[in-house]
Design a protein around this ligand. Structure first.
Ligand code: AMP
Ligand code: MG
Length: 288
């Protein structure tokens, strides 16, 4: 199954999250059965990240968006921990600081976009400025409603600078969210993650759904697509996202850079002594 085809939001298509099953797992039956496939994709991602870094002419930006407890942190931990930290980074977007809030909403994101050869994961992103900001009316309608176009322009600029962009919405049901909050409550090592606002935000679920649907409808493009990932099952979420990232990186045309030196001459010049020592060693052992 090609999950890029299955889960991509077609440009301009109206997204209706209520029509998408958050518990979908396709033909896969269990975590155990899917694990070898997940591992295969993660290994492909790691190899391709090495190639991206060596190639040095393109970059990859992965945007993760979701409601609380949908698994953004899990995706980072499970899928990106094998990439070389030299060339990979993750940035989490919180409430803007005073300095950030004093600038345009894309400023803090632009500072963190990947340079050539780099992979950057945004754990939340500039999309918060048409999500939480819209839901809680932090700026007037006339301000947030113009941001979709600004986001499209911003992403076009990144694309023209050879950045590949992938945007994932992790789709969970409100029941699954509540059950994950409960698990956090029951596990002392995860108590620190709980905040009361996680619960109060649940009252705004329909408004968030509407905001996400509009954001994806208005900003999913052929070259910077949104994917709606069924995420009630953590392992399926990891499977779909790892496949989409690896397949996309595969098509970036990444190449090892050409060798800058004459290898034969380097061998002759600097490794001759080593070869001779080996030859002498062999002769000595034959003579015994
Ligand atoms: P967490 O991801 O759980 O660490 O929480 C980060 C919090 O920062 C979330 O509640 C986000 O909604 C909030 N946040 C992120 N970006 C913005 C923004 N531009 N304006 C207001 N709140 C934001
Ligand atoms: Mg939170």
């Amino acid at each position: 199954m090609d999950y890029r085809k299955k889960f991509a939001v077609e440009p301009g298509a109206k997204v209706r999250l209520s029509k998408i099953d958050a518990s979908y797992t396709g033909k896969h039956q269990s975590h155990d059965k899917a694990l070898p496939e997940i591992q295969k994709h993660v290994e492909r991602m790691d190899k391709l990240q090495y190639l991206l870094y060596a190639d040095g002419s393109q970059s990859l930006l992965v945007v993760l968006q979701a409601l609380d407890a949908a698994g953004k942190d899990g995706v980072v931990r499970h899928l990106f921990s094998g990439m070389n930290p030299q060339g990979t980074s993750v940035f989490g977007f919180k409430q803007p600081t005073r300095e950030e809030a004093a600038h345009d909403f894309l400023w803090r994101a632009h500072l963190r976009t990947p340079g050539k050869g780099e992979v950057v994961v945004f754990n939340r992103s500039y999309y918060e400025d048409v999500l939480v900001v819209r839901v809680h009316k932090l700026v007037p309608h006339s301000v947030w409603s113009k941001r979709y176009e600004l986001i499209n322009d911003f992403e076009t600029m990144l694309l023209r600078n050879d950045t590949t962009i992938l945007k994932f919405f992790l789709h969970i049901s409100p029941e699954e969210q509540l059950s994950r909050f409960k698990q956090r409550l029951d596990d002392p090592s995860r108590n620190w993650k709980i905040s009361e606002s996680d619960y109060t935000e649940r009252e705004f679920w329909p408004q968030y759904v509407e905001a996400y649907e509009d954001a994806m409808t208005l900003t999913s493009t052929k070259r910077a697509p949104w994917y709606v990932i069924p995420a009630n099952h953590k392992w399926f979420r990891n499977l779909a996202i790892s496949q989409i990232i690896a397949d996309t990186m595969d098509e970036m045309g990444l190449k090892l850079p050409p060798t800058r030196v004459d290898l034969a001459s380097i061998r002759r010049k600097y490794h001759a002594a080593e070869r001779e020592a080996k030859r002498d060693g062999k002769r000595a052992s034959k003579a015994k």
